[in-house]
Design a protein around this ligand. Structure first.
Ligand code: ADE
Ligand code: ZN
Length: 345
């Protein structure tokens, strides 16, 4: 804390007690390592026999390594009760950090692939989220998600499930997974359908591929926000485009370092993007797998040189760029980036 200005220090002194919002979280990635070991130990040859084995996998070499880690985590989830245990880990962390609003990616595509019934898992999750909210003004919005590498058919299957039995908690649909696998244009019809279903279209881009992938996502799919997108910084014309369109980025610096999407030793461009007029909020992505906290994400932004005013703007942005309004808001400052018009809804 010592190298920070008094203003930045006082921002962090009250950080925990202030209501906060997080827009980019993956359910399975929120599993606590102890839960993962407990669930894994039920099998004869557990993938994660102890905490040391989890820690070893957290040191990922590259994105394929990370995806394999994520897949192995999912393999340990065998019942709706297991999913409920992960959701409890998630809301426990939200409570600990006083996060009043969270948007969480839940992947029926993964759930079906591991042989579970979507309706059963959904109802187990609903119970946990409802107990967390319980008239407190806190809110969890679900973002349905599929993996890019599974192509448009898998994405349509997720939308089929939603269309057959809409879950009111769902606010959007996103694509994660291997960004370099299937080009954005292949999902044009999926995203048209997403809009017809009144869901907000979202996509992971500019994480495992460069600025051109952000440009393609903007051009082909017109998302309301982009998950990550930090590699837009590689091309000033894409940064200008993001700023002009005012499409927010849900940035997760700790995740980018942990997965090596950001090469070791490189400076994360979050502050440069913010100062270029790009809308930015901060999230933890996979807090169970990376042992990340929202506080750590903001500390990183401060360490990169953000002023108190910039930290306040990014904190407010979490609420401002969320899909649904919340009752408890961060005390109003300018709910956006540093310059430009108010948020487009
Ligand atoms: N799913 C979970 N974490 C992810 C990440 N960092 N990138 C893409 N897909 C993901
Ligand atoms: Zn993500």
């Amino acid at each position: 804390m010592a190298p920070f200005s008094p203003g930045v220090r006082s921002f962090f002194h009250v950080f925990r007690s202030r209501p906060k919002a997080e827009l980019h979280l993956h359910l399975e990635g929120a599993i606590a390592p102890a839960t993962l070991v407990r669930l894994a130990r039920r099998f004869r040859e557990p993938i994660f026999p102890d905490l040391a084995s989890v820690r070893a996998r957290q040191r990922v070499g590259d994105f394929r390594d990370f995806l394999a880690f994520y897949r192995d985590v999912c393999r340990c989830l065998k019942t709706p009760a297991d999913y409920a245990a992960v959701a409890r880990d998630l809301v426990r962390r939200l409570s600990r950090e006083n996060i009043a609003y969270a948007e969480v990616y839940v992947s029926p595509a993964v759930i079906e692939r591991i042989g579970l019934d979507w309706a059963g898992v959904r109802s187990a999750l609903e119970q946990v989220f409802r107990r967390f909210e319980n008239g407190s003004g806190r809110r969890v919005v679900v973002l349905l998600d599929s993996a890019r590498q599974w192509g448009p058919d898998a994405a349509h299957r997720v939308l089929d499930l939603h269309e057959a039995s809409p879950w009111p908690r769902v606010g959007g649909f996103g694509l994660g997974g291997d960004e370099s696998s299937v080009p954005a244009r292949e999902f044009r019809q999926v995203f048209d359908r997403v809009r017809r279903l009144s869901l907000a279209p979202l996509i992971h881009a500019g994480e495992w591929a460069g600025a051109e992938s952000v440009a393609a996502a903007l051009e082909e799919l017109k998302p309301v926000r982009i998950a990550h997108g930090f590699r837009a910084a590689e091309d000033p014309s894409v940064v200008t485009r993001l700023a002009r369109l005012q499409t927010p980025l849900d940035l997760c610096p700790t995740s980018n370092v942990a997965t090596r999407a950001l090469p070791p030793g490189e400076r994360h461009p979050v502050l440069e993007l913010l100062r270029a007029g790009v809308r930015v909020s901060l999230s933890t992505d996979d807090p169970g797998l990376f042992r990340s906290t929202l506080r750590a994400e903001f500390l990183e932004l401060a360490r990169l040189g953000a002023t108190r005013r910039e930290l306040e703007a990014v904190l407010s942005n979490g609420f401002a760029f969320g899909l649904r309004p919340v009752r408890r808001r961060v005390p109003a400052r300018r709910p956006r980036g540093i310059s430009g018009p108010p948020p487009r809804r």
